[in-house]
Design a protein around this ligand. Structure first.
Ligand SMILES: *[C@@H]1O[C@H](CO)[C@@H](O)[C@H](O)[C@H]1NC(C)=O
Ligand SMILES: *[C@@H]1O[C@H](CO)[C@@H](O)[C@H](O)[C@H]1NC(C)=O
Ligand SMILES: *[C@@H]1O[C@H](CO)[C@@H](O)[C@H](O)[C@H]1NC(C)=O
Ligand SMILES: *[C@@H]1O[C@H](CO)[C@@H](O)[C@H](O)[C@H]1NC(C)=O
Ligand SMILES: *[C@@H]1O[C@H](CO)[C@@H](O)[C@H](O)[C@H]1NC(C)=O
Ligand SMILES: *[C@@H]1O[C@H](CO)[C@@H](O)[C@H](O)[C@H]1NC(C)=O
Ligand SMILES: *[C@@H]1O[C@H](CO)[C@@H](O)[C@H](O)[C@H]1NC(C)=O
Ligand SMILES: *[C@@H]1O[C@H](CO)[C@@H](O)[C@H](O)[C@H]1NC(C)=O
Ligand SMILES: *[C@@H]1O[C@H](CO)[C@@H](O)[C@H](O)[C@H]1NC(C)=O
Ligand SMILES: *[C@@H]1O[C@H](CO)[C@@H](O)[C@H](O)[C@H]1NC(C)=O
Ligand SMILES: *[C@@H]1O[C@H](CO)[C@@H](O)[C@H](O)[C@H]1NC(C)=O
Ligand SMILES: *[C@@H]1O[C@H](CO)[C@@H](O)[C@H](O)[C@H]1NC(C)=O
Length: 379
């Protein structure tokens, strides 16, 4: 072989560097309102067989029920439940916007163990949800080879709190599966391809790579049932109704509530109001209203929650009279849990211009009531 010419030396050097740099599949999301906070979700496909407890701990999620809710797993699922490698799990976390991008606020915190390295942590522990460079930036580490055993690293998960098309959304960090397309993902989550491409700075199919985390905004609009099948065969009976996170349910939580705006993606639930209320969003109900009920045994000191204007109705109860239905719904919490009566009529519309028998003649009568006093610890 000929001696390297002056030209081929830098070329060789360049190739070596290209090979040595690990794949950087994570991308930060645009988040323009500095200081904005919100709840966000990111996919995690564990590299090894693990348990829900280990994942909860890895991502520093305070309550297991947050993970159960984001994945629509039954509330009584135990922390020791095994999770096979590559099972897609959604991790809920708080997001903070700063300097044009969003990152998880203060967590997860990862403690460096012997023989660790940043590349191993990014790629083999957090499955490339973050890159080495992002961990370095978040923790002010100039030299990636210099981390110390016992050192705590904040892992910046990608997220955003930006509105999309003028509406509040849940930004879901979706890990791109092999063979998926922009069109397919857009269809699966009922997002326009233009929105998806613009949010993720994609110019064409060539920019979409398996294992990339892309920003999928889950909106608040009704949707026909979509066929989503991402279920790992051998976990079928556990992860039964898994997958179809399409958009968020509408809720009537008032803007002075601590959980405002309560955005719950379809096929998911949240436990809120000091673990006293469980609100679920079914995959496809006609109006995609959030359905809330007492959360049960998680917090033993929860009050009985009922609608004062209709004391026979407890939170989540519905009475119907002909085509009129009245539900005792959740309206938010701060020092008290607030409820309201939500009346929906499906009575046929009176004959008139533009009306038809199949049109949902929905009217809502909303009565806000300050319900029961909460004398609980805020956690
Ligand atoms: C969990 O709750 C479901 C109902 O939501 C019930 O059918 C099931 O038996 C419960 N499992 C355990 C282990 O308690
Ligand atoms: C914000 O981003 C700009 C450009 O990306 C960078 O130069 C600057 O150091 C960043 N500031 C902070 C506080 O991260
Ligand atoms: C998965 O297994 C690999 C190889 O044993 C190991 O390096 C890595 O730390 C493991 N990841 C997790 C999250 O346990
Ligand atoms: C790292 O975090 C752990 C758990 O929160 C804590 O016990 C430990 O003291 C922290 N270490 C450092 C160096 O801050
Ligand atoms: C978008 O992609 C182009 C080309 O890949 C790149 O030059 C540009 O910096 C990207 N912009 C953002 C905001 O990521
Ligand atoms: C999807 O979203 C649009 C709004 O962007 C909405 O009008 C439509 O009903 C949704 N559902 C389907 C199946 O497209
Ligand atoms: C859903 O997808 C599966 C696998 O792609 C397919 O076998 C099934 O027929 C689809 N169901 C509907 C209702 O489209
Ligand atoms: C939607 O919910 C129904 C009943 O709750 C269930 O049978 C169906 O499989 C769900 N569809 C999806 C896409 O999750
Ligand atoms: C909160 O809602 C009330 C009525 O729904 C509205 O008048 C008020 O402007 C809202 N406040 C904020 C900060 O959005
Ligand atoms: C709590 O909610 C009540 C009723 O909506 C409201 O009047 C009050 O201002 C709220 N308090 C705070 C601290 O937001
Ligand atoms: C009303 O709500 C209470 C408390 O959530 C529940 O135990 C009860 O079964 C409900 N009754 C009806 C008729 O739905
Ligand atoms: C339903 O509610 C509407 C409005 O309050 C009322 O006019 C109508 O008579 C009710 N219909 C039935 C069947 O109760």
């Amino acid at each position: 072989m000929a001696k390297p010419t002056p030209l081929s030396i830098p070329l060789l050097f360049l190739i070596t560097i290209t090979i040595a740099i690990p794949s950087t599949s994570a991308k930060t999301f645009r988040c323009t309102t500095a200081g904005a906070t919100c709840q966000s979700i990111v996919d995690y496909l564990p590299p090894n067989r693990t348990t829900l407890r280990a994942i909860q701990s890895l991502f520093s999620v305070p309550h297991l029920y947050s993970i159960l809710g984001a994945n629509n797993l039954p509330l009584n699922t135990t922390a020791s439940t095994p999770v096979p490698p590559q099972q897609r799990l959604r991790i809920p976390f708080p997001c903070l916007c700063s300097n044009g991008t969003g990152a998880s606020r203060g967590r997860p915190v990862y403690t460096v163990v012997p023989d660790d390295g940043l590349w191993h942590i990014a790629a083999q522990v957090f499955s490339n949800i973050v890159t080495v460079a992002e961990i370095q930036a978040a923790n002010g580490i100039p030299n990636p080879d210099k981390i110390e055993v016992g050192q705590n690293l904040t892992i910046p998960l990608p997220c955003s709190c930006d509105e999309v098309g003028g509406a509040a959304v849940v930004h879901y960090g979706h890990e791109v599966a092999a063979e998926s397309s922009i069109e397919g993902i857009a269809q699966q989550y009922n997002v326009s391809q233009e929105t998806l491409m613009q949010l993720n700075n994609l110019t064409g199919p060539q920019d979409l790579k398996a294992q990339d985390i892309i920003d999928v905004p889950l909106r608040d609009t009704p949707l026909e049932k979509t066929n989503v099948s991402e279920i790992d065969d051998h976990l079928l009976e556990l992860f039964w109704d898994f997958g179809g996170m399409i958009e968020t349910c509408s809720s009537m939580v008032s803007n002075n509530s601590l959980d405002y705006p309560l955005l719950v993606p379809s096929n998911a639930y949240v436990v809120t109001a000091n673990a006293c209320v469980k609100c679920k969003c079914d995959n496809n109900t006609a109006n995609s209203m959030l359905q809330c009920e007492p959360a049960g045994m998680i917090n033993a000191s929860c009050p009985v929650i009922r609608c004062d204007a209709s004391p026979n109705l407890f939170l989540g109860n519905t009475t119907s009279s002909g085509c009129n239905a009245t539900t005792c719904s959740y309206a938010g919490y701060n020092t008290t849990i607030q409820t309201m009566l939500d009346s929906v009529s499906t009575c046929p519309a009176p004959p008139g211009p533009g009306s038809s028998a199949t049109t949902l003649n929905g009217w809502r009568l909303v009565i806000f009531i300050n319900a029961v006093m909460l004398c609980l610890l805020f956690v």
